[in-house]
Design a protein around this ligand. Structure first.
Ligand code: NAD
Length: 250
């Protein structure tokens, strides 16, 4: 991808231990950022990502944190700031899908889990970012990139309408928050990945529907990371409030 550039500051990637988050962490390091990542359970995976970033000549640090827990989120931001310095970009990426099923089969536990992590977690991370980056709070500004899903528009009928709805909340967060903090040095952007090859999918799903995107294949985590890296940088300096599809035409 792009050649290594001079330092840009500190980027924080939630769910950075694997999949899209891991690819974003490494591409951000290549693009000049020192990188903090959060992981939930797999310290070994997080260490591999930290090592890949340090091999690119950057500083990197991993913190265990559940984005659905406010104390964990505060600890994540404080830990990364103490280790690497003030955070200038936050990639609000951690998320889960639900098992396949129709709306009339969902129970409260399932709904609480997906909204708690994907919607409330995204709000907790965005709020923590604003409290540290906003010039109104004494910060130096920055960028928040919210990872939504093409599902938020398509609805995911028969699979997980709850997941799609939890990501629609992220789309509204992007445009609403962007307007709240535009004059406080913070830009807020979103991305909607389509079908991307990661471990998030139920076994067999990618084989079953992998050729259905108009481009005829699933995307890779690196193709999503390229967009995240662009949005996090000052190359997107006149953009805020937008959510961009990276979905192979889906
Ligand atoms: P993944 O399962 O490979 O990675 C998800 C990451 O989120 C992991 O690092 C996991 O530990 C972390 N995570 C999950 N729950 C967490 C919690 N409560 N607290 C902290 N971290 C948590 O999946 P991925 O495909 O890389 O997904 C990344 C993001 O992209 C998600 O928000 C997902 O909804 C979104 N997305 C993925 C696709 C796709 O096809 N892969 C499509 C659209 C959107």
């Amino acid at each position: 991808m792009s050649e290594i550039v001079a330092g840009r500051g500190v980027a924080l990637v939630t769910g950075g231990s694997r999949g899209i988050g891991a690819a974003a962490a490494v591409e951000l390091a290549r693009d000049g950022w020192n990188v903090g990542i959060s992981y939930r359970t797999r310290a070994d995976e997080a260490k591999r990502v930290v090592d890949a970033c340090t091999e690119l000549g950057r500083r990197a640090f991993a913190v265990q944190a559940d984005v659905a827990e406010a104390d964990d989120v505060e600890g994540l931001f404080d830990g990364v700031t103490a280790e690497l310095g003030a955070i200038g970009a936050v990639i609000n990426n951690a998320g889960i899908v639900s098992p396949s099923g129709r709306v009339d089969q969902y129970d409260v536990a399932r709904l609480e889990r997906v909204f708690r992590i994907n919607s409330i977690g995204a709000f907790l991370v965005a709020g923590a970012a604003v409290r540290r980056m906003s010039t109104a709070h004494g910060g130096s500004g920055g960028v928040i990139v919210n990872v939504s899903s093409r599902a938020s528009v398509l609805g995911s009928a028969g699979e997980y309408v709850d997941y799609a709805s939890s990501k629609a909340a992220v789309d509204a967060l992007t445009v609403g928050l962007a307007n709240e903090v535009a004059k406080e040095g913070i830009r807020v952007l979103g991305i909607r990945p389509g079908l991307i090859e990661t471990d998030i999918h139920e076994p067999g799903r990618l084989d079953r529907i992998g050729t259905t995107p108009p481009l005829g294949r699933p995307g890779t985590a690196h193709e999503v990371a390229a967009l995240i890296t662009f949005l996090a940088s000052d190359r997107s300096s006149y953009m805020t409030g937008s959510t961009i599809d990276v979905a192979g035409g889906r």
